[in-house]
Structures are given as structure tokens and as C-alpha cells.
Ligand binder design. Structure first.
Ligand code: SF4
Length: 756
């Protein structure tokens, strides 16, 4: 079963009536995002119009997708919910645990040996609870979802922040933590603050070296890494409809990099073509029947200022190829300015690696355009200067591009084809062996989405720049970061000056997609007899114990664990790379808690003061010492704390170790929800300047936690070591249910209580 047409028919049967009612309620034409949100309400049409950015709303998503690293914890939690099967179609995808080293075949074989226990666990839980299982090597979750499950007008959630990729097929697809996924898999409503709406009008048409990736690199430049927080980005205009469906997927994918709740595009012919090309003509036929309901009402796009909270305009005809980076995906440099920017910033010009593929950019279109450049290496007697790698997004893409000769073309330029998996995109790249942390300063370019320090290869000295696959390929051929293929020439083996021709490719394979074994394993009809085994001495998997509620009296005399300085992403809180192997074992993975966060008092990572001894040590060890002494702690952070991935480990680990509260200038949405779900306090400074009041030896008293209530700030007394005190106010966004999660110890505890 690749997809469930009956489920889609049911969703489509409801959409027109619900959208018409919503239009009546709102009293004006609707955007696409509003149509999808209002047609997926859990409780039917409300009495009043929801306030964007304020009202919490219960939704009924159509699907759930989980990747192997987050699925372990999600499924461990689901096993506690007491349900015989999942309530909505759900899939698990094995993609994060495959380390890229020498090439697809050997790497996959090794992963199947080293992570066998985890894959077996995921497969048996999937089999037991009616979950579709995509085995290792089948592909990356978001590419597989786009090829098989995404459908226009649908709503899905996934335990990965780039779930948003499915917006390329007109969905509202949102990355969540495992605990949210568990709610939906258990047949409960899924709650989200009704998002704000950002409109992006795309005029003109892409051509030459500019690709869909450049649209989102430009949007990241405009919005920055937090500019999309709490909002759905809706793209429209002639530039949107003239673009391929997979190009739209790339744009939506990297909406995660601007913090957007999700991104989406209205249904159009490119989606129709993609659905038919991927074997889903019946979905395309059904979508056509209700096409006007799968895009915004015309008035909303004609007069967008009146419908969106923010409007961005981009002219694709004048958009330049960009490279974003290093260390943050919103530092955008148009390729024509790269020479100057590199000189000013002393970025190493020599490019060591060009890496294409990943869930962001491994469509047939991407690969065929990149291959058209690789082909010119031989044709123009050039030599590729940088190392070059490809990580295909799915077995279907890999099989098709091999059949069509592109892999061969890449092989001729010395490329390494990694497994259809995340690999270098998530730090699962054995570039340096055990010496990554001392690797030299160097530059790489890739077509992935994130470029935080250490993200790809674990080396803090690697400067990673994000670009389109075609630009990455051209730069790899030239071996220079400042190579501008639009204007620059290269010297070939005969000493002649040659210029690369513009990339050319195919939106979809002219011969159609093909695959022998896509890698899907259907679950048993009745999985009740399936036994799920977890060895008690396993270092990879650990059955969960429910969290104890945080007692109000323990919020007096709390200590500061760390005051994080600057960027603190989920990678800083719960590092990926080699730690991925412990994603199913809470106590073991807790040993990486906050080891990447910079201590504001000494600017070092993993070096904080233990107030009980006065000595400095690693964050996890220090926190374990507080836990042993029965002392709760507080983490303080800067803006957009928890940016990046949806991994709930970043909330569960501090919770497991005894952190009670996280107090920051602002949160990334998913992480804030994850903290709430795990029964912790996720708080923001009412006055941002109060961040500066926090000292290394402080203790904290929560004075009014007993009257914790929606829209009511909490009062925290900060006691400094010299006896002086400050009183600070902490805002929060908890509603009544979320306060219940806190009081019960976690959202899961509440589900269990309600199911009992
Ligand atoms: Fe995998 Fe990277 Fe895509 Fe995440 S962003 S799903 S790590 S390829």
C-alpha cells in the first residue's frame, strides 16, 4: 500500500462544505492556508474566527510520518498510550542512522549491522500497530512522503522539522515532536496556535542558473532564521505556477530554516503532473474535481495585503543564484558578490567538497540539471577540483537516475554516491574518523538545508555554504567558492578558457519513474500477536518510565545550570552525528545534554560551574550532580532558543536529568511545545534585558507557581550570591490543557489518565 486513496477521497468529500462554511464565518475570501486549517478542525466550525498568532486550535491531521531517529522515542511513548493500532495512516522511515563513508552499498550494509537492533525494533512496532515501514535504503522521509503520500489540501504532521517539504504538493505539513505525533496516532486532537500568514508573491520566471533553491535562500535573507516563526508561508503568483512541484518542495523544505510553521503552494498543473508521474493519477483526478478549493480564492492573491500579515515580493526573472552561510542558513550572498564577501570575511576560497542531494534537493529535475554540468567536465576537457558526493532522496529517484545514465555521468567526475539517506546532512558523514573536532579550517558547499557548525562533518572549523545543486556542482568543478558560473571561465586541460553552459534538465523523467524494490514493508492486518522486544541491557533502546510531575516546592532554591550565550539550536542541546545512535535510550543520550551550548560566563562549551562544589565541569555531569542532590535547575537562553529540529530529545533529556524550567528571550515554536509536552516550564523574559541580570551563582524561587494560569506571567525571585535579589517576570504561552500537562508531569501522563 503506497497511499490510501479512500482516505484522500474522504478528506476531499469534506473540504468543499467546510471551506464554504469557513468563508461564511470569516466573512471574506480565504487563503489556501486558511482553507486547509479550517477544513481540518477537530471540533468542526467554531463560533468565532480564530485569532492568528493567539488562539490555540485543535486539528485533525490526515497522516503522520516519523523518521528513525525520532520515531524511536515517539513509538516508545506510543506504546504507553494503550492503543491497539494507530488512528491515522502513519509511516516510519529509516534514513537518519546510515553513516556515509565509502558509498551506498557498503555504508548500507554497515548500518544494517550497527543499527540492526533499532531497525528491528522500529519494524516490529510498526508491524504491531499498523504502521507502514520504509526500510533502510528506501529513502529520506520527506522525499518518500512527497513521492507517495503528500496530497493537495491535506494536513500532515511528522516528527522531523522538514516535514514541511510536503507543502510542495499543496499540503499543510508540519514538523512536530514525537509527543505530538503520539497524540494523533492515539486518535486525539493535535493542538497548534492558529498561525499568522506570510504571503510571498513570485513574479517573473526562473531561468539559467537560478533555481527554486535560490527563492528560499532569498526568503531566508529577508526573514532571517526566526522571521517565519508562528507563521505559514504561502507562495503564489506566476512564478509559483511556472515552477515544478519538486522545486516547490525545495522551497517549502527550507521554510524550516526561517522558523515557519510550514509553507505551501496552491494546487496547479505542476502538482497534477507530479502526482501522475509518481503513480497517483487517481489522486490527481480527485484533486481536479475540487481544484478551486485547493488554492486560495482569487481575491486573496489579487489583493494580498488585505489577507496576509506580511507580504514579500520576489521577481524570479532578476533573482540571482545565492550561497547562504557559513554557520547559519540566512546569511545570503548573491554569487556575484561572493568574491568580495569571501575576501572581507576571510572564508577559505578552496572548496574541499561539493555535496548534492538530501531531502531538500534530490528530485529528478535537480539531479538532471546537475548532471548536465557534470557532463561538460569531459566535453570541455575539465577536471573536477573538489570532491563530489550525491545522496539521492529515494530509491525511486536513485533507480531512475541510474537507468537514465546520470549516475554514470557523475561517476566520470569521480563522484561518490552515498546511500539514499540523510548521511552528511545530519552529521552522519565519516569524513575525519574520530578526529572531526580538530579538523582544519575548510570550505564545503552543499545543496542541503542546514549549515550550523559541525552539522555535516562534526568539524567546528568547516564552513558550509548552502546552494542549489547546479551551483554546488559548478563550484565543485571549479573548486573555488568565489566561482561565478554566469561570468567566470575555467582553464581546461589544453590550457583553453572555457565556460560552463547553463544547466539543463527535465522536470520529470521522460521515460517515467522506475524502481525495483522501493523498500516499503506493509504492516500485518492484525498485529496483536507481534512481540516487541527491548533488551534490558541495550545501550540503544530503553523503555520509558513516566516523568514525575515537578512539585511546586522544588521550584524554590533552584540553581542555574547554564546561561546559554547566542545561538542555541536543538543541535546544541542534543547533538546529532555520533549521538544519533542513542536516540532510543534516554539515559544514554542525556550524556550529550547542552554540550554544544556556549556558557555566557566563560564563552566555553560544556564547561559550567557546579554551585554545590564550586568546580567547573561538563553540563550533563553537573546536572546529574544536582539531580543526585535533589535540586531542580533552570536553563537560561537567548533568542530563538531550540531553533532547528523537532527532536524532542532536546526537551526530554533536560527533563530526565532534572531541569525544571527554561527561561529565554524567545523560543522556536516546536521546541517550546516539546518542553510543555514533557511537563516542563517554557518561559520567556517579560523584559529581555533581564537576561543580563542572571549571574553564575544565582538561585531561583518561583513565587507564584501555585496560581499558574493562562495569560498570567510568573514571578521569579533571583537570589544572587552576594545576597542581593532581583524579581523578574516570566511570560508564557500555556493554555489550560498545557498547564494540565505540567501538573500531571507530561502530556502523555494526561493521555494515559484520560484513557484509563
Ligand atoms: Fe535528513 Fe537532512 Fe532532510 Fe533532515 S534535512 S530529513 S537530516 S536529509
Amino acid at each position: 500500500m503506497a497511499f490510501d486513496i479512500d482516505m484522500i477521497k474522504k478528506v476531499y468529500a469534506n473540504i468543499p462544505g467546510r471551506v464554504d462554511k469557513a468563508r461564511e464565518l470569516v466573512g471574506r475570501p480565504l487563503t489556501l492556508a486558511e482553507k486547509i486549517l479550517y477544513s481540518h478542525l477537530w471540533d468542526g466550525m467554531p463560533e468565532k474566527v480564530y485569532a492568528r498568532g493567539r488562539d490555540y486550535v485543535d486539528f485533525a491531521p490526515d497522516r503522520v510520518a516519523c523518521q528513525d531517529a525520532t520515531a524511536q522515542m515517539a513509538l516508545l511513548q506510543f506504546m504507553h498510550a494503550g492503543k491497539p493500532t494507530v488512528a491515522v495512516p502513519t509511516t516510519v522511515h529509516c534514513d537518519h542512522l546510515i553513516q556515509a563513508k565509502v558509498g551506498a552499498e557498503a555504508d548500507l550494509k554497515r548500518a544494517n549491522q550497527t543499527s540492526n537492533e533499532v531497525f528491528d525494533f522500529l519494524e516490529s512496532v510498526s508491524n504491531k500497530y499498523g504502521i507502514g515501514f520504509w526500510k533502510p535504503g528506501a529513502g529520506i522521509i520527506h522525499q518518500v512522503v512527497l513521492e507517495n503520500y503528500a496530497f493537495p489540501g491535506g494536513m500532515m504532521i511528522g516528527t522531523d522539522s522538514h516535514t514541511v517539504n510536503a507543502g510542495g504538493l499543496g499540503m499543510v505539513a508540519i514538523g512536530v515532536g514525537g509527543a505530538d505525533a503520539v497524540d494523533v496516532m492515539a486518535g486525539m486532537a493535535w493542538e497548534l496556535k492558529f498561525p499568522k500568514l506570510i504571503g510571498v508573491r513570485l513574479t517573473g520566471k526562473l531561468s539559467g542558473w537560478t533555481a527554486p533553491k535560490d527563492v528560499i535562500l532569498k526568503v531566508a535573507d529577508i526573514l532571517t532564521v526566526k522571521g517565519g516563526t508562528g507563521a505559514i508561508i504561502e507562495y503564489f503568483g506566476e512564478g509559483a505556477t511556472s515552477m515544478s512541484c519538486t522545486g516547490k518542495g525545495t522551497i517549502c523544505n527550507m521554510g524550516a530554516e526561517v522558523g515557519a510553521t510550514t509553507s505551501t503552494f496552491g494546487y496547479d498543473d505542476s502538482m497534477d503532473r507530479y502526482l501522475r508521474a509518481t503513480g497517483r493519477a487517481d489522486v490527481a483526478d480527485e484533486a481536479r474535481k475540487i481544484a478551486p478549493y485547493l488554492t486560495a480564492d482569487p481575491e486573496a492573491y489579487a489583493n494580498p495585503e488585505a489577507y496576509f500579515d506580511q507580504l514579500i515580493e520576489i521577481d524570479l526573472s532578476t533573482l540571482e543564484p545565492h550561497l547562504n552561510g557559513p554557520f547559519t542558513p540566512d546569511l545570503a550572498t548573491p554569487i556575484s558578490k561572493m568574491r568580495e564577501a569571501a575576501r572581507e570575511n576571510d572564508w577559505p576560497l578552496r572548496v574541499e567538497y561539493g555535496l548534492i542531494g538530501s531531502c531538500t534537493n534530490s528530485s529528478y529535475e535537480d539531479i538532471s540539471r546537475a548532471a548536465s554540468l557534470a557532463k561538460q567536465v569531459a566535453d570541455k576537457k575539465l577536471k573536477t577540483k573538489a570532491n563530489f558526493t550525491i545522496t539521492p532522496g529515494s530509491e525511486q529517484v536513485r533507480y531512475t537516475i541510474e537507468r537514465d545514465g546520470f549516475i554514470d555521468t557523475f561517476n566520470h567526475i569521480g563522484a561518490t554516491v552515498f546511500a539514499n539517506a540523510c548521511g552528511p546532512c545530519i552529521g552522519m558523514w565519516d569524513r575525519y574518523g574520530d578526529n572531526a573536532s580538530t579538523g582544519p579550517r575548510n570550505t564545503i558547499v552543499h545543496s542541503f538545508n542546514r549549515n550550523f557548525a559541525k552539522r555535516a562533518d562534526g568539524n567546528p572549523n568547516t564552513l558550509a555554504f548552502v546552494g542549489s545543486p547546479e551551483l554546488v556542482t559548478a563550484i565543485a568543478i571549479a573548486g573555488r567558492l568565489d566561482f561565478n558560473p554566469i561570468t567566470d571561465t575555467l582553464i581546461n586541460e589544453d590550457g583553453e578558457e572555457v565556460k560552463l553552459d547553463e544547466p539543463r534538465g527535465y522536470e520529470l523523467p521522460p521515460e517515467g519513474f522506475a524502481v525495483e524494490d522501493a523498500g516499503y514493508v506493509a504492516p500485518k492486518e492484525d498485529g496483536s500477536s507481534v512481540e516487541v522486544k527491548v533488551a534490558p541491557d541495550s545501550e540503544r533502546l530503553q523503555l520509558l518510565d513516566p516523568f514525575e510531575p515537578i512539585r511546586p516546592e522544588s521550584l524554590l532554591g533552584m540553581r542555574l545550570l547554564i546561561k546559554a550565550y547566542g545561538k542555541c539550536t536543538t543541535d546544541h542541546i542534543s547533538m546529532a552525528g555520533p549521538w544519533l545512535r542513542f536516540r532510543g535510550h534516554l539515559d544514554n543520550i542525556a550524556n550529550n545534554t547542552l554540550i554544544g551550548a556556549v556558557n555566557a560566563f566563560n564563552k566555553k562549551t560544556n564547561f559550567v560551574k557546579n554551585q554545590l562544589t564550586g568546580e567547573y565541569g561538563g553540563v550533563p555531569d553537573t546536572q546529574r550532580a544536582y539531580k543526585k542532590a535533589g535540586i531542580r535547575t533552570l536553563v537560561v537562553g537567548d533568542h530563538n532558543y531550540g531553533e532547528g529540529s523537532s527532536r524532542e530529545h532536546a526537551a526530554m533529556q533536560p527533563r530526565h536529568l532534572g531541569v525544571a524550567a527554561v527561561l529565554v528571550k524567545s523560543f522556536a515554536r516546536i521546541h517550546e511545545t516539546n518542553l510543555k509536552k514533557q511537563g516542563m516550564l517554557a518561559l520567556t523574559f517579560a523584559r529581555e534585558e533581564d537576561y543580563d541580570l542572571i549571574r553564575e551563582d544565582d538561585t531561583f524561587n518561583f513565587l507564584d507557581i501555585d496560581s499558574f494560569a493562562p495569560d498570567r506571567p510568573l514571578t521569579i525571585e533571583v537570589v544572587h550570591s552576594d545576597g542581593s535579589k532581583d524579581t523578574i517576570m516570566a511570560n508564557h504561552s500555556y493554555n489550560d490543557t498545557q498547564i494540565q500537562w505540567f501538573r500531571e508531569g507530561s502530556a502523555l501522563n494526561l493521555i494515559k489518565k484520560e484513557n484509563a
